[in-house]
Design a protein around this ligand. Structure first.
Ligand SMILES: Nc1ncnc2c1ncn2[C@@H]1O[C@H](COP(=O)(O)OP(=O)(O)O)[C@@H](O)[C@H]1O
Ligand SMILES: [Mg+2]
Length: 372
């Protein structure tokens, strides 16, 4: 039995169905990220696991116990809320020690445990301050310390970095990963930020409208998205998705034909009226040169804009009325809006999605066909 088992969970708020027959298993020690856009039900799912909400249907099992109807305190779960929920009238020390205080742990043991954790989180100098006297990043560490001071079965984090500015967020992300690896507690980390999920988790659960779209390792989610939602949600800039039509050897984008035989030899489904989305990631497109050794298909387009970012340049190209984003490493000289340009796609990195359902229907190298 898995450490956490969610079985056919359904949750409605009035007439609104927020979680729809969701099942998920998490093993002990895993670091799982729930990734999805705002409003897709991530916080509700965490609250169901924590026991702050009760499911309308389904079962929840944690550490071998059926907790479907158990109150939060018996579930041995620690949660870091999105807004940290620190007690404003308590010092940092009091905030961190509160979970131990209500369990009536002796004062000297509390002191020792708070000191150890504060040391680990590098917040020892802040213990006498109040939450409003410390920065957002420090508040986040205090919230994490308060959760970690218990020895929970599961650690639930709801967008813990979303209140920090961009620089702090990357710093705090690395620190959080280091810390959570070190303690090894089973962790469920909710975020709408694909780069956080990719950077932190062993496994990513992509959610949309209360439904799981795909579960897999960060690499699988990135390399083998099962549908256009996952493909376009992960990656920055995300995968290009071009409306196209297809026959047995070629794909047509606008009035241009591309030979993509290798990408469509083994389709999962017969094509209906040949309409598809062709997916290609920005980093799998290069600017074509006469001496190119690559033999991937080529399209012609016109430069719309180029955005140099230092290490790389993002070029937006219009190909038959559709936009394609390309990542070019190095400089961006000679990339002027309005100029004609030829782009070459890496041929084993072309994705074909069914137009009607959005499902990926072609095989990607190393694909074992079992991801949805
Ligand atoms: N207590 C509630 N009462 C009514 N609707 C709610 C409640 N909590 C959440 N919702 C609705 O459920 C949906 C999912 O919310 P939430 O779980 O907070 O999403 P996320 O965390 O992914 O942004 C939203 O449409 C939200 O308005
Ligand atoms: Mg939320």
């Amino acid at each position: 039995m898995a450490w956490i088992e969610l079985e056919n969970i359904t949750k409605n708020f009035g007439k609104v169905s927020v979680i729809k027959n969701l099942s998920l298993q998490i093993e002990k020690g895993e670091f799982v990220s729930i990734l999805g856009p705002s409003g897709c039900g991530k916080t509700t799912l965490l609250r169901l696991i924590a026991g702050l909400e009760v499911a309308d249907k389904g079962k929840i099992n944690i550490a071998g116990t059926d907790v479907t109807f158990s109150p939060p305190n018996v579930r041995k779960i620690a949660m870091v809320f999105q807004n940290y929920a620190l007690y404003p009238h308590m010092t940092v020390f009091k905030n961190i020690s509160y979970p131990l205080f209500i369990k009536k742990i002796p004062a000297d043991e509390i002191k020792q445990r708070v000191n150890t954790i504060a040391d680990n989180l590098k917040i020892s100098p802040l213990l006498d301050r109040y939450p409003q006297q410390i920065s957002g990043g420090q508040q986040q560490r205090v919230a994490v310390a308060r959760a970690m001071i218990q020895t929970p079965n599961v650690f639930l984090l709801d967008e813990p970095l979303s209140n920090l500015d961009a620089m702090m967020r990357i710093e705090a992300r690395g620190f959080l990963k280091y810390l959570l690896d070190k303690i090894g507690t089973t962790t469920i980390y909710v975020t709408h930020d694909q780069s956080e999920a990719m950077a932190l988790a062993n496994r990513i659960v992509v959610m949309q409208n209360g439904i799981i779209q795909q579960v897999g390792s960060p690499k699988d989610i990135y390399d083998k998205p099962s549908n256009i939602f996952v493909a376009s949600f992960v990656g920055n800039p995300p995968m290009n998705l071009l409306q196209a039509t297809i026959n047995s050897t070629q794909v047509k984008i606008g009035d241009q034909y591309l030979d993509i035989k290798e990408s469509i030899t083994n389709l999962r489904k017969p094509l209906q009226n040949g309409k598809v989305y062709l997916g290609i990631r920005p980093e799998h497109i290069s600017i074509y040169h006469e001496d190119s050794k690559n033999d991937g298909p080529i399209v012609e387009g016109e430069i719309f804009v180029s955005e140099p970012l230092g290490f790389e340049t993002i070029i937006t190209v219009i190909v038959s009325d559709q936009q394609i984003k390309v990542i070019k490493f190095g400089g961006s000289k000679n990339l002027k809006p309005g100029e004609k340009i030829k782009l070459q796609f890496k041929k084993n990195k072309i994705y074909i999605f069914e137009f009607e359902t959005g499902y990926r229907i072609n095989e990607i190298q190393g694909d074992d066909y079992d991801d949805h």
